[in-house]
Design a protein around this ligand. Structure first.
Ligand code: PEP
Ligand code: MN
Length: 345
């Protein structure tokens, strides 16, 4: 249950309401909304007693008591009332520009990563991606070069000025990934790894939360709520394709989820056309569709020589192709015009 207060509600009144909620047996957390504050009561989420609701609603400083609705609160647009921008290195995601992140599926050698990063930067990318710890469906598939790859990623980031995002798969490795990365990726296969979500929620680096291949939008936003609830609201959502009956692409980019999620959450949303497509030739059209649907950015698998990529080569575009995608994405965004005003976290 959420008690939304009117702007300027006096501190004594907020404390009085908090005391009523505590007496009713709730855990209470105060959160900031646009220009006001709200009390989040963590017990009566679904069915609070009606006398408690009337008692809270009776206060002249209470705007609204929300006791039904969605199972996520902190990430909800309705409750926060304004969009969030997430700082990624020196750049910002969700500020109205199209945030472009490019790089190989998996980090291999320094030279090819540096070459990718230079080209990505020239095409206007703000970020470099690359896996050091790779989720793999088969235990016999390549699992990444681990800490050495993280160090290579950091070195290239420092040399190019690009911010870097890389995946953490194990709660025990969040600290090392957070130390070397500017944003921590939670992969599709780990979207409901609740211990991992809590762990990234406890540290300050932003989190890129990919949607699981079979998750509904509500389940995706509940996963984001796990992170936010630990204190970290610097979350960027990523639609990366869902599993459908269609076999001509690796996954099906759910463009509607981008439009839907924008109405439900204040968090920025980017799209991954590479894992959606599975094949290089579909990456550009899917990227443009995502931008047209309201994506705040794109994360694309790029390699100077895609056929030499250690993993996901078939869906990896060349640096030249990436330039074409970046230019076209900016043109689509310009044709659509600015999204709503937002604020920097
Ligand atoms: C990746 O980004 O390389 C990756 C493995 O993505 P996903 O978790 O979406 O499959
Ligand atoms: Mn990949």
């Amino acid at each position: 249950m959420i008690v939304l207060l009117k702007p300027g509600a006096p501190r004594e009144e907020i404390e009085r309401l908090r005391a009523s909620l505590l007496t009713a047996g709730c855990d209470v957390r105060e959160i900031e909304t646009s220009g006001a504050c709200a009390l989040l009561a963590e017990r009566y989420w679904e069915d609070p007693p009606t006398d408690l609701i009337s008692q809270l609603s009776a206060s002249e400083h209470v705007e609204r008591v929300i006791h039904a609705g969605k199972p996520f609160k902190l990430v909800s647009l309705e409750i926060k009332g304004q969009r969030t921008q997430v700082k990624f290195g020196k750049s910002t995601i969700g500020d109205g520009s199209i945030a472009l992140i490019a790089g190989p599926c998996t980090i291999a050698d320094y030279e090819s990563l540096a070459e990718t990063a230079d080209a990505a930067k020239e095409s206007g990318a703000i970020g470099l991606r690359g896996g050091a710890y790779k989720p793999a469906t088969s235990p016999y598939s390549f699992q990444g070069f681990g800490k050495d790859a993280l160090r290579t990623l950091r070195r290239v980031a420092d040399e190019t000025g690009l911010a870097v995002v890389t995946e953490a798969m194990d709660p025990r490795r969040v600290e090392i990934v957070a130390e070397l990365a500017d944003m921590i990726q939670i992969g599709a296969r780990n979207m409901q790894n609740f211990d991992l979500l809590r762990e990234v929620g406890k540290q300050p680096k932003p989190v890129l939360l990919k949607r699981a291949m079979s998750a509904t939008v509500d389940e995706w936003l509940c996963a984001a709520e796990y992170i936010a609830r630990e204190g970290n609201e610097a979350i960027v959502l990523c639609e990366r394709g869902i599993r459908t009956f269609e076999r001509s692409t690796r996954n099906t980019l759910d463009v509607s989820s981008i439009a839907v999620a924008r109405t439900l959450t204040h968090l920025p949303i980017i799209a991954d056309p590479s894992h959606s497509a599975g094949y290089r030739r579909f990456v550009k059209p899917l990227a443009l569709a995502a931008v047209a649907a309201g994506a705040d950015g794109l994360i694309v698998e790029v390699h100077p020589r895609p056929e030499q990529a250690i993993k996901d080569g078939t869906q990896t575009v060349s640096t030249d192709e990436f330039r074409g995608i970046a230019d076209a994405a900016r043109r689509v965004a310009a044709a659509i015009g600015p999204h709503e005003d937002a604020f920097v976290m």
